[in-house]
Design a protein around this ligand. Structure first.
Ligand code: PMP
Length: 779
């Protein structure tokens, strides 16, 4: 096992429950000899097989601690079977012996081409009862495989539901596979089990027989509709199909070519690889690649325990076919993913993103109607129109967006989000910036929950306020002190107030078109404001030092501050990085006049640098405003300042009912620590660069002239000459349909949670979107 993969193996046992079958295999068998005839074979083996035992042995070889649960007969076959699984380190404490029934067993005469007709006695598997099972280890397990519920007799229904509930109580990954092709009534019997499972891993014959369908996509749709989180269907020599939640087209992974000896146990190998991948924190497609690698290796020898040695050997094998996937699976930094709770898919994994080769290339615009569910959103919009002015307001109002955009969201995890109708998207807006480590980041949510258990909004702040202020001062070079508030507007407004209090002057310079918040002095929509609210504002042009000098001169000795954003990110315009000479010029101007240089880091803060966004430029502001990302989505803002402005900060009166709430402060501490621990800025830059490279390559292959501007982690895309955003809106709408949530008139945000799978899905969606734009413009 590689040090990295071994180190990443999550603590806790994997429980395999269900079919434990003794296989006796012989090869090559051209034909059964007639009469009493006999044929000499090359090889006869006995192995532990069956969806539970076969997968359990492979899981153990891949590094898992495995507990087997199942029923055996009280016979020699059972002795052999127990010895066979124990040889691989599987804990056999959960295997019970039943008298009066034989151990499940199969005789397999393997044909020269690897095919395997089976002569099977179902035996004891169906005799397992709930009372045979010690639920204690199940309650503590990391994953539960229910192998062969179709062969489990009386356990199916309440019994299995109870076992699954026990595993689920520990947050375990729940995986189901079946033993036989079966019939639609079998699907009914295991419906509640599937509804509680994260993944269903049948082969194509089983899935078609269970659903009564002739078409795999329809069959996958049927089982997803039962509520299972995802389906991966093995296709024998054809590889597999992986379909997550959210109704997108399944991703097809081809098999990896090997010299086939015997295909017995390939499905079990796939299950073990897929489960291992998911438990190690990989996305579903990467996990399925590990499954494909294991399944292919199992085919290289006789019996279901053949081919796989350990995870290092499997990753080495996969590396030859899919080097990027193998590298991600072996990535030393990839933390194990939490298994996503029911209905939210498996996501939330941090790995080095790179496009997944298997995302099918798009060759033309997808003209199928958008059939995603929209009802819940429609109903909420109707209700909102009656009780919320305009139905919605502010920057998150979906009204100005293409009509496909949902207004209401249900939740998110990692880089995936779900709208209120359950449609899934890769999130390229990150709640307009606040989500930087990914939705529901475990360390941040744990810190927030721990503080919430103590208290949040109290008569005074918690100790976390001082701890956070210290951490901010340590993290941001120009800061000698910190004040905390709720929103970006609080922070930018406070910066101006502090500058005025410190200097005793009135005038503030801002860049034309820049956004600094929604207070009367800075809101972009003047309705309800008075000219007096802005009477003390002057304007300059971003990156034009002469214009700032002229505005400063016009302010004379009344200049209190110059406010500037780290780069020009005005909504609806191509972005412009800062010219370092302009930044240095503003610093000189403030030094010469005694005005405060205020950096509005509300939008960029911690996405470009773990410190002030102008540290890489080498320019220190006097005051800086922060909000969006500092607590990974928890409501918090900060003003950071130098000692020269400490007295001004002390003198003003600012406060708010919720400004001292402790939970967001605890979340911010955890966020800032995780940013360092996970090298999140580098991860966002890598993901953003891969996104940019992919999108630019797509635009060029579609012959479309685009402007892709801004830093990789905060990009923005426009089409040449698209002054009314018609093409941008079409692009956004089609990307959304394909499962990428981005924006036609606002910069996008990349989070550190983007995985290779997320990126591949986002790029598949943008490719579709470019196809639609190409079609709109004409060839
Ligand atoms: N400044 C900048 C640069 C911003 O992007 C924003 C928010 N988009 C603000 C200030 C205001 O922040 P908030 O919406 O949290 O008040």
């Amino acid at each position: 096992m590689t040090a990295s993969a071994a180190g990443s193996w999550p603590a806790g046992q994997v429980v395999v429950l269900g079919a434990h079958i003794l296989d006796v295999l012989g090869r090559p068998v051209e034909a059964i000899p007639p009469g009493q005839g006999s044929t000499r074979l090359q090889e006869i083996r006995a192995t532990a097989a069956g969806t539970a035992a076969g997968t359990g042995v492979d899981l153990a070889k891949l590094g898992a601690r495995v507990l087997a649960i199942g029923a055996l007969g009280d016979d020699l076959l059972a002795d052999l079977l127990v010895a066979a699984v124990a040889r691989h380190g599987v804990d056999t404490a959960g295997l019970v012996r039943k008298s009066g029934v034989q151990t499940s067993a199969t005789i397999l005469p393997i044909r020269p081409n690897g095919e395997r007709p089976a002569l099977h006695v179902p035996g004891a598997t169906a005799r397992l009862e709930l009372t045979d099972i010690d639920l204690e280890p199940v309650r503590r397990c990391r994953a539960l495989l229910v192998g062969a519920p179709d062969a489990l007799g009386a356990m199916v229904g309440d019994g299995l539901d109870e076992v699954v509930a026990a595993a689920r109580s520990a947050g375990a990954l729940i995986v189901v596979d079946v033993l036989h092709p079966g019939h639609p009534r079998d699907l009914e019997r295991i419906g509640s089990l599937l509804a509680a499972a994260d993944w269903f891993l049948p082969n194509s014959d089983q899935l078609l027989a269970l659903t009564g369908r002739e078409d795999l996509s329809a069959a996958i749709g049927d089982v997803l509709a039962l509520g299972v989180g995802g389906v991966a269907v093995t296709l024998g020599a054809g590889g597999c199909l992986v379909a997550g939640p959210g109704g997108r087209e399944p991703v097809h992974l081809p098999a990896i070519a090997v010299d086939v000896v015997d295909t017995t146990g390939c499905g079990d190998g796939f299950n073990a690889g897929m489960m291992t991948g998911l438990l190690l924190g990989a996305g579903p497609v990467d996990a399925a690649w590990l499954g494909v690698a294991c399944g292919s290796l199992v085919a290289t020898g006789l019996g279901s325990d053949a081919g796989i040695e350990d995870i290092e050997q499997v990753l080495g094998f996969l590396r030859r076919a899919q080097p990027a996937v193998a590298a991600r699976l072996a990535a030393p930094d990839a933390p194990a993913a939490e298994v996503a709770p029911r209905g939210e898919g498996a996501a939330g994994m941090a790995e080095t993103p790179a496009p997944v080769a298997s995302a099918a290339p798009v060759t033309e615009a997808d003209e199928r109607p958008d059939e995603r569910p929209r009802r819940a959103d429609r109903l909420l919009r109707e209700r909102a129109r009656a009780v919320i002015p305009g139905g919605m307001y502010g920057h998150q109002a979906a009204g100005p967006l293409p009509p496909e955009y949902p207004q209401f969201m249900r939740g998110g995890r990692g880089a995936r989000i779900w709208d209120v109708d359950g449609n899934e998207y890769v999130d390229l807006m990150c709640s307009y910036g606040p989500v930087i480590l990914g939705h529901r980041h475990p360390a941040v949510e744990e810190a927030a929950a721990a503080q919430a258990a103590l208290g949040d909004c109290q008569n005074g702040p918690g100790p976390v306020m001082v701890e956070l202020a210290e951490l901010l001062v340590q993290t941001v070079q120009h800061a000698d002190w910190a004040m905390l508030a709720k929103n970006g507007t609080d922070a930018t407004t406070m910066c101006c107030t502090i500058a005025r209090a410190q200097t005793g002057r009135r005038r503030i310079l801002v860049a034309r078109g820049a956004y600094h918040g929604a207070a009367p002095w800075c809101t972009p929509r003047p309705a309800g404001t008075t000219p007096q609210d802005r009477a003390n504002l002057g304007h300059y042009t971003f990156n034009d030092l002469a214009s700032a000098q002229a505005a400063a001169e016009a302010a004379g000795d009344d200049l209190a501050a110059i406010v500037v954003s780290p780069f020009k990110h005005d909504a609806g315009y191509d972005q412009e990085l800062v010219d370092p000479e302009f930044a240095r010029g503003l610093r000189r101007l403030c030094d010469a006049t005694g005005a405060a240089l205020i950096l509005d880091d509300v939008r960029c803060g911690f996405r470009l640098h773990r410190g002030s966004s102008w540290e890489p430029v080498g320019v220190a502001p006097d005051l800086s405003a922060w909000s969006k990302a500092i607590a990974n989505g928890h409501p918090l803002a900060a003003v950071l300042g130098s000692d020269a402005f400490r007295e001004g900060a002390r003198s003003i009166f600012v406060t708010g009912s919720f400004w001292f709430a402790a939970v967001p402060m605890a979340a911010a501490i955890a966020t800032i620590r995780a940013l360092a621990a996970e090298r999140a800025v580098e991860a966002m830059d890598r993901a953003g660069t891969a996104l940019r490279d992919g999108i630019l390559a797509q635009a060029s292959s579609w012959g479309l002239a685009v402007n892709y501007t801004g830093p990789p982690a905060m990009p923005y895309l426009t089409f040449d000459g698209d002054t009314d955003y018609a093409l941008g809106s079409l692009f956004a709408a089609r990307a959304l349909r394909g499962g990428a949530y981005l924006h036609p008139r606002h910069n996008w945000f990349v989070s550190a949670a983007m995985t290779g799978d997320d990126l591949a899905l986002a790029l598949a969606a943008t490719d579709q979107a470019f196809a639609a734009v190409r079609k709109q413009i004409g060839q």
